[in-house]
Each structure stands twice: as C-alpha cells, then as structure tokens.
Ligand binder design. Structure first.
Ligand code: AMP
Ligand code: MG
Length: 338
C-alpha cells in the first residue's frame, strides 16, 4: 500500500473514526424468475493503523459472505417451492397429494398453514389451489383455458379441500387433480428469511427485495427508505414513493405477467371464484411488519378489489394498503390517510 494511501486511511481513522470502515454493500441477482436485490450497511471499528487496513479486508469478506448467504437462501427456497422444478418439494406434493397424504418439511408445512390462514381471512380471495386452473394459463405463449375447461376445473379451486395434519406433517388434497402454487406468498417468505439472516449477523440497516416484495431492516441511516410503487402502465416510471422504516411492502400488479387478447388483459392474478384474471383494480401495495403476510395480502386485496379490499385491510390493525384503480386513481387505507 502506498504511503499516500496509508496517510489517507490514518486521516480518515483519526478524524472520522466511526465512518472509516462503514459502507453500503449492494447486490442484484436473478432468482425465482425475477430480479432480487440486497443492500445493507456494515460497519466495524478498529484501533490501530494496521487494524484499519485489516478490518477493511475482513469487512469486505464479511459483506461478500452475507451477500452470498442471501442469494443462496433465495435459491434454496426457489428449489423447494418452484412449480417449474420437477424435483421441488412443491412439485412432489402436486404429483401425489390428491392420491395419499404426503410427508412435507416443517418449513413447507408452516407456509401452507399461513396460506390457509389468509384464505380463511379473505373468504377465499387468496387461494393457493387457484393453480388447478392457473397452470392452464401460459402468458409467454399467450394461451388460456377455454371457458368449458374453466367450468370443468373450477371445483378443484377450493382451499378447504387441503388437509394439513400437523402431528404427521402431511398434506392431502380432498379433490382429485387439485394443484397448489405458492407464487403469491413464497417471495415474501424468502424476503423474510433473508432479513432474519442479516439481522442475526448484526445488520441494522438493510433492504431485501424479490420482484415486487420488499423488506426493510431499520432505516437508511438516519432517513427513511424510499420505496417506489411502479406506475401500472409506464414500465420505468413510479406512481408514488413511500418513506418506510422497519416495514415490508409488496405490490401486486396486472402488468407483471400478462397478454392482451381482443382488448382483454389476461394476467397472473386469478380470481378463485371465476378462474379468470382479477380485473377490479390494476395495482395493490400492502405495508406491514411481516413480509410473508404482506406478500399474500397484496395478492388478496388485488382479487377482492377496491371497497372489499380496503375493508379487509382496515379491519387488520397491522396492515395498510395503497390501491390504484382502473381509472389510475390512488386510494389509501385508513392508517395512511393523515
Ligand atoms: P403477487 O405478484 O405477489 O401478487 O403474486 C402473484 C402470483 O400469485 C401469481 O403469479 C400466482 O403464482 C399466484 N396467485 C395468483 N392468483 C392467486 C390467488 N387468487 N391466490 C393465491 N395466489 C395466487
Ligand atoms: Mg403478493
């Protein structure tokens, strides 16, 4: 290291002892078919000139290890819960649970239980068995099930037909041909797991996102994080920015995966009562402490639409919502109206 470099470091250490080795670390990567992002503040204090140099190296290594751990955790959850991977635990369940009870991991059991809780809370607007018809849509190929196929398959959308046996840790579908999908909840769960991982490593300021699901630890060092909600009809524009600390926010929009046929938008959020895409609003963001619930609730409120959606959120003290309706008007739940 050059003399000048050492002098600069010594200067930094003497005059800015707490910031000499503190910095933001950021990393973006693709997983779960979407872009994920992690960003955190890492600081260490050292005492001597040489320690400063060593601490800098150690800190970079620690930061890279944390970034890797976050990425691996998301990949692990994707491998467990992806419907596109034949070997995933979810695929195994979908192949067999309509024939016999399937033994599942405690982790999947917990997530299925949470999904069931939100289905009950939302009167079935959130229903992971939507997949019984949902898997017949292909947004890339622009294909969708015929009306007769929907009518025939609709009875296989029914969350009450999922039997969870906690003692045996098994899942059973009381309906032949029933399928489940965790696309409306698994990214929020992955964000939650990654935030926990960072928190346990002593991180106090962090952002983790997977697609439209974001979780925050603390603030952005003295100021709030500013999380953007995408403009539903202008890809690179934001409709609004929300200042947040220590919260999670998830956005569900009809612009994520869709195709348009005869002027009708067919997109990835399905109304379980009709087997068709939900079209009452165009974007829903939900804010709250638990990233898993926030993710599932944004999908839920999207299906419910403006008035019933706000009614549900206003009845839940721990959650708030921002809805963009079909006329592109913004609506806020009660707690955000001051
Ligand atoms: P999100 O972007 O969080 O709103 O999640 C959308 C994803 O949730 C879709 O891609 C599906 O995987 C899944 N999904 C769609 N409709 C429903 C529904 N009614 N209940 C639960 N999950 C759903
Ligand atoms: Mg969601």
């Amino acid at each position: 290291m050059s003399r000048l470099c050492r002098l600069t470091l010594t200067f930094l250490f003497v005059f800015f002892p707490f910031i000499a080795h503190a910095q933001w670390y950021k990393h973006s990567f693709k997983v779960m078919g979407t872009m994920s992002h992690v960003e955190f503040w890492l600081d260490q204090q050292s005492k001597t000139d040489n320690d400063i140099i060593n601490a800098g190296v150690a800190q970079n290594e620690q930061a890279q290890a944390l970034i890797k751990a976050v990425e691996l955790e998301m990949v692990r959850i994707d491998q467990q819960m992806s419907p596109y991977k034949e070997q995933s635990e979810l695929s195994l369940v979908n192949r067999s649970a309509d024939k016999k009870p399937v033994l599942i991991s405690g982790e999947l059991f917990e997530l299925l239980s949470t999904a069931q809780h939100i289905s009950a809370l939302s009167d079935g607007a959130f229903d992971i068995t939507y997949a019984s018809i949902g898997y017949q849509y292909n947004y890339r190929e622009k294909t969708r099930p015929s009306q007769s196929s929907i009518v025939q398959t609709l009875p296989a959308i029914n969350y009450t037909a999922i039997s969870l046996d906690k003692k045996r840790s098994t899942v059973y579908f009381n309906h032949q041909g029933m399928k489940i999908d965790l696309g409306g909840i698994a990214k929020g769960y992955a964000v939650k797991r990654c935030l926990t991982l960072l928190e346990e490593a002593g991180i106090k300021h962090a952002l983790v996102s997977a697609g439209g699901d974001t979780g925050l630890l603390g603030n952005r060092k003295g100021r709030p994080w500013l999380v953007g909600i995408k403009h539903p009809r202008a890809e690179h524009k934001m409709a609004v920015h929300i200042p947040l600390e220590n919260e999670a926010i998830s956005t569900s929009g009809d612009y994520e995966r869709y195709f348009i046929e005869d002027g009708v938008r067919y997109h990835h959020i399905i109304n379980p009562k009709t087997g068709d895409s939900a079209r009452k609003v165009v974007s829903v963001s939900v804010i709250g402490k638990d990233p898993t619930y926030v993710d599932a609730l944004s999908t839920t409120v999207f299906v419910k639409g403006l008035t019933p959606g706000l009614k549900l959120i206003n009845a839940l003290p721990d959650f708030e919502a921002i809805i963009i309706d079909n006329q592109r008007r913004l609506h806020y739940s009660q707690g955000l109206q001051q």
